[in-house]
Design a binder for this molecule. Structure first.
Ligand code: F6P
Length: 343
């Protein structure tokens, strides 16, 4: 058997562990693997390279993706869809593992729904893929955010300032919440809970009045803060899946200016940006990628097409890609309660 593997959407640490696992699990069955370059673009362009133990092994602990990635949507135009469907015959592939977030997996689900032998593996630093307890890359990104917030604390306390930290998280506040909680933020804004600018200002004033002369505020790039003008500044250039670049809202900078203006306390903003997607994967993400990649090959072998390798507690279980289509995994209530208590 010959299968393909691709990584689509925003890259993250741990993708190479999954690619390697797909390759090794296939080789153990006597199968061959083609790595398609740059996500669905590699399918459209028939652009791939043979993957072997030798050329994947060295990447286990390396961030990013050795295959490259893109936000190409092969379902946009009928001609692209037809070319995507015919890749299986043209490249003599009997299976495809699509490693990606909601966009890539929605394409995988649509192709599987049309009867093609496609399975999925979830990755995203946003952790917003439904029906899985974690996606590849999230754990590493939380470490990066937590470490950054902790570093910012020392300079913030020294200068008795307010620091606003802006994290990624297009639709969900997982990264802001977990990174902020772990790093010791005292106010965390997430898209799942609308906040008011006045609450930030009152929070900072109270803190200073009570003798704590610094504050670390974390905001997700997608947070909604009543009283703060951000939406009008958003650049409306969408990608092929229709997403705008949320960092152009500049919510961190705007929040920082507004707090300084209202309180008179010196305020700085750090936008963590793509630093959150970089670096070596944590051991957790290497193991998660390895387990999910190997499980995806199990599903192809069993003919269980259209399945996502999902983490449920300690197990990797198959979940129909059809069940996650069009959904997102929001930060759950238990975290929202914690944010209320500790941040
Ligand atoms: O989807 C993952 C993500 O990192 C989001 O958190 C962020 O909004 C987006 O990708 C950034 O994408 P790009 O790399 O295209 O700027």
């Amino acid at each position: 058997m010959h299968i393909g593997v691709l990584t689509g959407g925003g890259d993250c640490p741990g993708l190479n562990a999954a690619i390697r696992a797909v390759t090794l699990a296939s080789a153990a069955r006597g199968w061959t693997v083609t790595g398609l370059r740059d996500g669905w673009a590699g399918v459209l362009n028939r652009d791939g390279l043979p993957l072997t133990a030798a050329n994947t092994d060295v990447y286990l602990s390396v961030g990013g993706t050795m295959l490259g990635s893109s936000r190409t949507n092969p379902l946009r135009a009928p001609a692209d869809y037809a070319r995507t469907v015919s890749v299986f015959d043209d490249m003599q592939m009997q299976g495809l593992v699509a490693i990606g977030g909601d966009d890539t997996l929605s394409v995988a689900g649509a192709l599987a729904g049309a009867g093609l032998p496609v399975v999925g593996v979830p990755k995203t630093i946003d952790n917003d893929v439904p029906e899985t307890d974690a996606s590849i890359g999230f754990d590493t990104a939380v470490e990066t955010v937590a470490g950054s917030v902790a570093r910012l604390r020392t300079t913030t306390t020294s200068h008795h300032r307010v620091t606003v930290v802006e994290t990624m998280g297009r639709q969900a506040g997982w990264l802001a919440a977990m990174g902020g909680l772990a790093g010791g933020a005292d106010f965390i804004a997430v898209p799942e809970r609308r906040s008011k600018l006045d609450d930030f200002i009152a929070h900072v004033r109270d803190r200073y009045d009570q003798g704590t002369d610094f504050s670390i505020i974390v905001t997700a790039e997608s947070a909604v803060i009543e009283g703060l003008e951000v939406e009008r500044a958003a650049a409306q250039t969408g990608d092929q899946f229709g997403h705008v670049v949320l960092s152009t809202r500049s919510i961190g900078d705007r929040l920082g200016y507004a707090i300084e203006e209202a309180t008179g306390i010196e305020t700085r903003t750090s936008v963590l940006g793509h630093l959150q997607r970089g670096g070596a994967p944590t051991a957790f993400d290497r193991v998660l990628g390895t387990r999910m990649g190997a499980a995806a090959v199990d599903y192809l072998e069993a003919g269980s097409h259209g399945q996502l390798a999902a983490l449920h507690g300690a197990r990797i279980d198959p979940v129909p890609l059809a069940d996650i289509a069009g959904k997102t995994r929001a930060l759950d209530d238990s975290y929202l309660r914690l944010l209320h208590l500790f941040a």
